[in-house]
Design a protein around this ligand. Structure first.
Ligand code: PEP
Ligand code: MN
Length: 266
């Protein structure tokens, strides 16, 4: 598998001996132009590398907010110009890919509910043929390493070299303190199977509660993860999706400055 480094995505090089994680942050969902702009503007000084926002939301139950759709991509393009950071969004079918590319989104991710379905991943992979854009493959919602690997292989086979995995935990009927149980050993096995593949952790969807984000992110850095995706909202309690797990931009800055980064030799 031909895999580019994460640094090549954003033209970032690590200074000193520290390996700084690449940070993706922004709201679970784009809600309004104002909410998206205010959240992303407040992230400029937080040490964020890539902005995220969900445009199409795969909700578990119907009658929940399902995303603003294409208009949100227009807002996101304006926000990118104003804030000066690359953008990322979730795609779940070929039309999403086409629209995200049309509106110049810089990074795409495949959500956990899509990675479970090889037809969906293949449809996305086919829509990406001939396109040079970074793609992040979240783990499937069920703890199946082969399905996760299969999704990554489908994207790689489409010719994508800027590819990364994202660990967001696994769903279970069993009640635990986590929204999605991390099962770290699955991600560790993925790392040993594909040692050159960058891996992100999404402590927001693993924890489900903002108070758990720091400890989950620290564990990921202790395991040498390459990046973090953390949901951040200008007014988390009033978010239209995932309110209890989003943090303010100020809290994100604190989390990022308190995290201890392992030195590369340890
Ligand atoms: C999200 O990132 O907002 C999302 C829907 O995540 P997941 O696919 O991990 O549930
Ligand atoms: Mn979310």
């Amino acid at each position: 598998m031909n895999i580019s480094t994460l640094e090549s995505w954003i033209g970032k090089t690590n200074t000193n001996s520290e390996k700084k994680p690449v940070v993706i942050a922004g709201p679970c969902s784009a809600e309004t132009e104002e909410q998206l702009l205010n959240t992303c503007k407040a992230l400029t000084d937080a040490g964020v590398d890539i902005l995220r926002a969900g445009i199409w939301k795969p909700r578990t139950r119907p009658n929940s907010f399902e995303g603003v759709g294409e208009i949100g991509l227009k807002w996101f393009k304006e926000v990118k110009k104003e804030v000066g950071l690359p953008t990322a969004t979730e795609v779940a079918n070929a039309q999403h890919v086409e629209l995200a590319l049309k509106h110049e989104v810089d990074v795409l991710w495949i959500g956990a509910r899509s990675t479970v379905n090889p037809f969906t991943v293949q449809e996305i992979a086919d829509a990406l043929k001939g396109v040079d854009i970074p793609v992040i493959v979240k783990n499937p919602i069920n703890p199946d390493l082969s399905l996760w690997l299969g999704g990554i292989e489908r994207i790689a086979n489409a010719g994508i070299t800027k590819i990364a995995a994202l660990h967001r935990g696994f769903s279970s009927f069993e009640k635990t303190k986590y929204r999605n149980i991390p099962m770290w050993q699955i991600a560790i096995e993925l790392k040993s199977t594909l040692p050159n593949l960058p891996i992100f952790c999404d402590p927001s969807h693993i924890g489900g509660k903002r108070d758990l984000i720091f400890q989950i992110a620290q564990r990921a850095l202790d395991l040498n993860y390459d990046g973090l995706m953390i949901e951040t909202h200008i007014d988390p309690d009033n978010a239209w999706s995932d309110a209890s797990q989003q943090v303010t931009p100020v809290r994100l800055s604190e989390i990022l400055s308190e995290l201890k980064i392992k030195s590369p030799s340890t």
